[in-house]
Design a protein around this ligand. Structure first.
Ligand SMILES: [Zn+2]
Ligand SMILES: [Zn+2]
Length: 319
C-alpha cells in the first residue's frame, strides 16, 4: 500500500454506528425506566407537582445558594489558583449550573422517588420495620452515614467501570476547579448514586423521612469541596471532605484516592485516603490527554456548543 493510500485511510472516519458506545445507551435506558416508574406513580397519586417542588426546596435551598455565593467571594480573596472571574472554566461550569437547576434537580428528585418505588415494590423484605421504634437521634445519623457509604461506593464504581467512567469523566475534565465545578456533571452520572443511596433509606427508615434541612446540609458540604481554596478544615478535615482533600482526587494523573463525598472514613478504611498538608501547593487538575473536549483547548467553541459536545461524548467511542 502506498503512503498516499495510508493517508487517505487515516482520514476516513468510521461509519457512525461504529462510533457509537452502546453501554451508554443502556444506562440512559435504565435511567428512563426509573424516571417513568416515578412519574407514573406520582401522577397516579396526583402529587407530581408537589414532589418536584419539595425536591427543588431541598436541592436548591436558599442555604445552598448562599453557600455558593459566599464561597465564590472567598475564592476571590483566598484563591488556591488565581484566575479571572470570567475564566473559561468558570463560564462553562456556570452553564452546567443552569442545566443543573433546570434539568438535573427534577431528574434527581424523580430518580430518588423511582428507586424507592422499585425497592418497595420488588424488594419489600429489605425494609427493617423494627427500626421505627428507634429514636430519631440514632436512626437519622445512621441512615445519613449509610447513604454516604452508598455514594462512596457509586463514586468508586464510576472510577472502576468504564461505562460509568465515561459519564464521570466530564466532571474530572475541569482544569480550573471552582465551587461551580460541583454542578459540572453529566445528568446520567447520577443514576447509580441515587439507586445505591436509596437502599439504606428503604432499609433503615421505611416509614419515616429524613428532614429536608439535613439533606440540604449534606449537599452543601458536598458542594464546598470543589472550591478554589486551600482549606483543609484543620482537625475536622480528618473526618469531613475539604476542598484541599477533594482537589487531590481531581489530580491530572491519578484519581484513585480521596473518593469520599462528605465523610473521609471510607477512603481511610479502603486505604485510599491522602490528607493534604496546610502549606501544600495546589496541584493541577483535569485529565491527561483531554479525552473529553474542554474549554481550555486552544480550538475551543462557544460555551453552549461545547456543552452539547461534552454531553454527547459518552455516547461515542473514546476519541
Ligand atoms: Zn471522581
Ligand atoms: Zn469532584
Amino acid at each position: 500500500m502506498s503512503a498516499s493510500q495510508i493517508q487517505v485511510r487515516a482520514r476516513i472516519r468510521p461509519a457512525w454506528w461504529r462510533r457509537v458506545y452502546p453501554a451508554s445507551f443502556v444506562l440512559a435506558g435504565i435511567t428512563a425506566l426509573i424516571l417513568w416508574v416515578a412519574a407514573a406513580d406520582l401522577l397516579r397519586q396526583g402529587s407530581l407537582g408537589s414532589v418536584l417542588s419539595s425536591g427543588r426546596a431541598e436541592l436548591a435551598a436558599p442555604l445552598l445558594v448562599a453557600l455558593v455565593v459566599a464561597t465564590g467571594i472567598c475564592e476571590r480573596i483566598w484563591p488556591a489558583e488565581r484566575r479571572p472571574v470570567l475564566a473559561r472554566g468558570h463560564v462553562q461550569d456556570a452553564c452546567f449550573l443552569v442545566l443543573h437547576a433546570i434539568v438535573v434537580i427534577p431528574l434527581m428528585t424523580l430518580l430518588s422517588v423511582g428507586a424507592a418505588t422499585l425497592a418497595e415494590d420488588h424488594l419489600p423484605w429489605i425494609e427493617l420495620r423494627s427500626t421505627q421504634h428507634w429514636p430519631g437521634w440514632l436512626i437519622v445519623p445512621l441512615t445519613i452515614v449509610a447513604m454516604d457509604f452508598a455514594n462512596w461506593l457509586a463514586h468508586y464504581a464510576d472510577h472502576r467501570l468504564d461505562p460509568l467512567w465515561r459519564f464521570h469523566a466530564l466532571h474530572h475534565s475541569q482544569e480550573e476547579l471552582s465551587v461551580l465545578t460541583s454542578f459540572r456533571a453529566h445528568p446520567l452520572m447520577h443514576t447509580t448514586g441515587f439507586l445505591l443511596a436509596t437502599i439504606p433509606v428503604v432499609v433503615l427508615m421505611p416509614t419515616r423521612a429524613i428532614a429536608p434541612v439535613l439533606i440540604t446540609i449534606y449537599v452543601c458540604i458536598g458542594t464546598l469541596q470543589h472550591a478554589n481554596l486551600r482549606w483543609t478544615f484543620g482537625p475536622l478535615g480528618r473526618v469531613l471532605v475539604s476542598p484541599a482533600y477533594h482537589r487531590l482526587h481531581h489530580a491530572r494523573d491519578t484519581q484513585d484516592v480521596n473518593l469520599g463525598v462528605v465523610l473521609t472514613i471510607w477512603d481511610v478504611l479502603s486505604g485510599r485516603g491522602r490528607f493534604p498538608g496546610r502549606g501544600d501547593a495546589a496541584g493541577r487538575t483535569g485529565l491527561d490527554g483531554r479525552p473529553v473536549p474542554v474549554e481550555q483547548d486552544a480550538a475551543t467553541r462557544p460555551a453552549l456548543r461545547l456543552m452539547a459536545e461534552q454531553l454527547i461524548e459518552p455516547f461515542q467511542t473514546q476519541r
